[in-house]
Design a protein around this ligand. Structure first.
Ligand code: B16
Ligand code: MG
Length: 218
């Protein structure tokens, strides 16, 4: 393996809970009780597609103006949580893993659906660690479309099949698989059973294990 692509929310930081709290407020306004199970289906999904899913669950149709107002409010609410973030919010083992893989000469990319990715990376002090940042501002098609990871591999100058993707979401693992990349699920096997390997966090495997993985597609 020659290129390493990291999702942000749920892999580097646990912002997934902040997204949940903010969407829960939106759902309440629409008369829907947003459950943890529903939230699982929002992970890795773009802001616009997330609200479309919530509206479908609430069985509501709204005007474009109302739609825009709800996404703006949700993001303002979400950013109020992000403002409080520090390097203490980095998930276990991930900074050490990225630092180690970089010291071995491998390039690393961020591949996130979030339009807030640069802001979050700066808050936690990891912005300069990435050779390329591909986020919700740079893609046309949201996960599970592989576009975000394909652009990241292109920016790294590494063939898709020689890339490993670290993902916490169902949609993101599907996107990595669709790109022909090796997918490592960070989370539970119940949600991420379609990943090539699943771990609870980055302290559970070595860089050697990851670097020596075989390509799925030759
Ligand atoms: P924003 P990731 C994703 O980030 C989140 O998992 C998802 O819950 C969120 O809706 C999406 O980013 C868009 O985020 O509203 O900040 O642009 O997991 O792909 O890093
Ligand atoms: Mg994620």
């Amino acid at each position: 393996m020659k290129g390493f692509i990291f999702d942000l929310d749920g892999v580097i930081v646990d912002t997934a809970h902040f997204h949940f709290l903010a969407w829960k407020k939106t759902a309440d306004e629409l008369g829907l009780e947003l459950t943890e199970e529903m939230n699982e289906q929002l992970k890795g999904v773009s802001r616009i597609d997330s609200l479309k899913k919530i509206l479908a669950w609430a069985d509501k149709e709204i005007s474009q103006d109302h739609f825009d107002k709800l996404t703006t409010e949700k993001n303002t609410d979400y950013l109020s949580y992000v403002e409080e973030m520090t390097s203490g919010d980095i998930l276990p083992g991930v900074e050490a893993f990225i630092t180690q893989i970089k010291s071995q000469g491998y390039p690393v990319a961020l591949g996130s659906a979030s339009k807030n990715a640069p802001r979050i990376l700066k808050k936690i002090g990891l912005f300069d660690l990435f050779d390329t940042i591909v986020d919700g501002n740079s893609v046309k098609k949201a996960k599970p479309d592989p576009e975000v990871f394909v652009i990241a591999a292109g920016n790294l100058g590494v063939a898709r099949e020689e890339c490993v993707v670290f993902e916490d979401s169902e949609a993101g693992v599907t996107a990595a698989n669709n790109a022909g990349m090796v997918s490592i699920g960070i989370g539970s096997p119940e949600n991420l059973g379609h990943a090539d390997h699943v771990f609870g966090n980055f302290t559970e495997f070595s860089t050697e294990f990851i670097v020596n993985l075989e390509p799925k597609v030759k």
